[in-house]
Design a protein around this ligand. Structure first.
Ligand SMILES: CC(C)(COP(=O)(O)OP(=O)(O)OC[C@H]1O[C@@H](n2cnc3c(N)ncnc32)[C@H](O)[C@@H]1OP(=O)(O)O)[C@@H](O)C(=O)NCCC(=O)NCCS
Length: 165
C-alpha cells in the first residue's frame, strides 16, 4: 500500500510583525528620509527638491519597524513613515514595497490621526490610493490635480473623540 501524500504546508502566519511609533525629526530624520527616498524619489520619481519641502521640523512623524524574532523593533531599518502638520495635514505616507498589504499603512495613518492636534485631518491622496484612505473613513473633497507629476485628490476626516481609525 502506498503512503498517503504528506499534508500541504501550513499557510504562512500573518501576525502583526511590525510596530509603529511616533517619531521626532531631530533624532529620526535619517530613518524617515530613507523610506521616503526609496518610495517617493527612487520608485515614484519625485524630484528630491520637491520631496524635501522644509516642513519636516515642524511636523509630527511616525515610523514603522519590523519586529525581530525576540519581539523588539529593528530600529536600524524602518519600513514605513508618515507625517502630520500642526494644521492636521497628513502626508509623506509610504511603506516599503515588500511590506505593503500587511496593515502597515493602516497602522501609520491611525497613529498620525492620534498624533494630530487638529480636530479635522486632511491629505492629498494619490488617486490610486483613494480606496486605502476611504477604508479609514476619509472622504474625497476635491477634484483631481497634479502634484509632483502624480494625480491627487484632496480627502478629509473629522476625528471622533478617542479616534482609533
Ligand atoms: C498607499 C500605501 C501607504 C498603503 O500601505 P499598505 O501598508 O500597503 O496598506 P495596508 O496594508 O494597511 O492596506 C490596507 C488596505 O488598503 C488596500 N490598499 C492599500 N494600498 C492601496 C492602493 N494603492 N489602492 C487600493 N487599495 C489599496 C490594501 O489592499 C488593504 O486592503 P485589504 O486589507 O483588503 O488587503 C502603500 O501602498 C505605499 O506606500 N504606496 C506607495 C507610496 C504611496 O502611494 N503613498 C501614498 C501617498 S498618498
Amino acid at each position: 500500500m502506498t503512503e498517503p501524500p504528506p499534508p500541504p504546508p501550513l499557510p504562512a502566519p500573518s501576525p502583526v510583525d511590525f510596530l509603529v511609533r511616533p517619531a521626532v525629526w531631530n533624532t529620526d530624520a535619517a530613518g524617515l528620509m530613507s523610506v521616503r527616498t526609496t518610495v517617493f524619489v527612487d520608485e515614484q520619481n519625485v524630484p528630491m527638491e520637491l520631496e524635501r519641502d522644509g516642513l519636516d521640523p515642524a511636523c509630527r512623524h511616525v515610523l514603522a519597524f519590523a519586529l525581530t524574532a525576540n519581539g523588539t523593533a529593528d530600529e536600524t531599518s524602518p519600513i514605513g513613515v508618515g507625517r502630520v502638520t500642526a494644521s492636521g495635514h497628513i502626508g509623506r505616507v509610504a511603506v516599503l514595497a515588500d511590506w505593503r498589504g500587511r496593515g502597515v499603512g493602516t497602522a501609520l495613518i491611525r497613529c498620525l490621526i492620534e498624533q494630530a492636534d487638529a480636530s479635522v485631518v486632511d491629505l492629498n491622496s494619490q488617486t490610486h490610493a483613494i480606496p486605502f484612505y476611504q477604508r479609514l473613513g476619509f472622504v474625497v473633497t476635491g477634484d483631481e490635480f497634479e502634484e509632483a507629476g502624480i494625480p491627487h485628490r484632496r480627502m478629509m476626516l473629522k476625528k471622533r473623540v478617542g479616534h482609533i481609525g
